[in-house]
Design a protein around this ligand. Structure first.
Ligand code: NAD
Length: 245
C-alpha cells in the first residue's frame, strides 16, 4: 500500500499568502506567523503588512512579477511549502449591465490569478513531493449572488481548479483545498448596501458575521499535518449560510 506523507512537517514552514496586505489574507498571514512559520505577503497594494512578514509586491495578473516575488521568497525563506491564493476583487453589477471588462477583470484576478500563483508554487512542490495549496473562494461560488455573475463564476472555478490539482498532484504529497467564507467583516463587505447586509444577516444560522480569524484558523488546519488526507474539499466557513456547500 502507498503511504501518504504527513508533509509538510518541516518547521518553520515557508508560507506565501496572496492579497495579504489587509483583511482575510492578513489574518491568515498572522495566523502562520503565530504558529512560528516564515511568512510572505504577496500583494499589489502599496501599504503592505509590517513586522515579521516578508513583503513581496506583485500583481497576480502579471506572471513576471509573480515569478520575481516567488524567487525573492525562495531566497529568503526556502521553497514555498504552503501557498494560499487569497487575492480577490469584486465588480458587482446586474447581468444585463455587466461589461465584458468587469466580467473579465474579476475572472483574471480571482481565478486566473490563483492559477498563475499555484502553477508557480507547484514547481518546487512537485520536486519535493510535498505541499499544501489553499484557495480562498466564497459561499457565493456555489450559492450564487444577485449582481455577482462574475464573482460567483470566478469562485466556482476555483473548485474545479483545486479538484484538478488534487487529481494531478495528489500522489506527490500535495493537497489542494478550497475554503469558502461566508460574510466576513472586512473592507470588501463593509462596502455593501445596508439592505443587502440585513438580508444576509437574517439568512446566517449563526446569527453573526464571520471574523477574519474564523477563516484563518481553518486555513491553518488545512495546511497542517493533521489535514494530510483532505484534498479536493470545499470547506465552508459561513456560519451555516451555505448549508455545507
Ligand atoms: P480585501 O479587499 O480586504 O483584500 C484583498 C487584498 O487582495 C487586498 O490587499 C488587495 O490589494 C489584494 N489584491 C487584489 N487584487 C490583487 C492583485 N491583482 N494582485 C495582488 N493582490 C491583489 O478582501 P477580503 O475581504 O480580505 O477578501 C479576501 C479574499 O476572501 C478574496 O478572495 C475574497 O473574494 C474572499 N472572500 C471574502 C469574503 C468577505 O466577506 N470579506 C467572503 C468570501 C470570500
Amino acid at each position: 500500500m502507498p503511504t501518504t506523507p504527513l508533509s509538510p512537517t518541516t518547521s518553520p514552514r515557508s508560507v506565501l499568502v496572496t492579497g495579504a496586505a489587509r483583511g482575510i489574507g492578513r489574518a491568515i498571514a498572522e495566523q502562520f506567523v503565530a504558529a512560528g512559520d516564515k511568512v510572505a505577503c504577496l500583494d499589489r497594494a502599496a501599504e503592505l503588512t509590517t513586522g515579521d512578514i516578508l513583503q513581496v509586491p506583485a500583481d497576480v495578473c502579471d506572471t513576471a512579477s509573480l515569478d520575481a516575488a516567488f524567487t525573492t521568497v525562495e531566497q529568503a525563506h526556502g521553497p514555498v511549502d504552503i501557498v494560499v491564493a487569497n487575492a480577490g476583487i469584486t465588480r458587482d453589477g446586474l447581468l444585463m449591465r455587466m461589461s465584458d471588462e468587469d466580467f473579465q477583470t474579476v475572472l483574471d484576478v480571482n481565478l486566473t490569478g490563483a492559477f498563475r500563483v499555484v502553477r508557480r508554487a507547484s514547481k518546487s512542490m512537485i520536486k519535493r513531493r510535498s505541499g499544501r495549496i489553499v484557495l480562498i473562494a466564497s459561499v457565493v461560488g456555489l450559492y450564487g449572488g444577485v449582481g455577482q455573475a462574475n464573482y460567483s463564476a470566478s469562485k466556482a472555478g476555483l473548485v474545479g481548479l483545486a479538484r484538478s490539482i488534487t487529481r494531478e498532484l495528489g500522489g506527490r504529497g500535495i493537497t489542494a483545498n478550497v475554503v469558502a467564507p461566508g460574510f466576513i467583516d472586512t473592507a470588501m463587505t463593509q462596502g455593501l448596501p445596508d439592505d443587502v447586509k440585513t438580508k444576509y444577516l437574517a439568512a446566517i444560522p449563526a446569527g453573526r458575521w464571520g471574523s477574519v480569524d474564523d477563516v484563518a484558523q481553518v486555513v491553518e488546519f488545512l495546511a497542517s499535518p493533521a489535514a494530510a488526507y483532505i484534498s479536493g474539499a470545499v470547506v465552508p466557513v459561513d456560519g451555516g449560510l451555505g448549508m455545507g456547500h
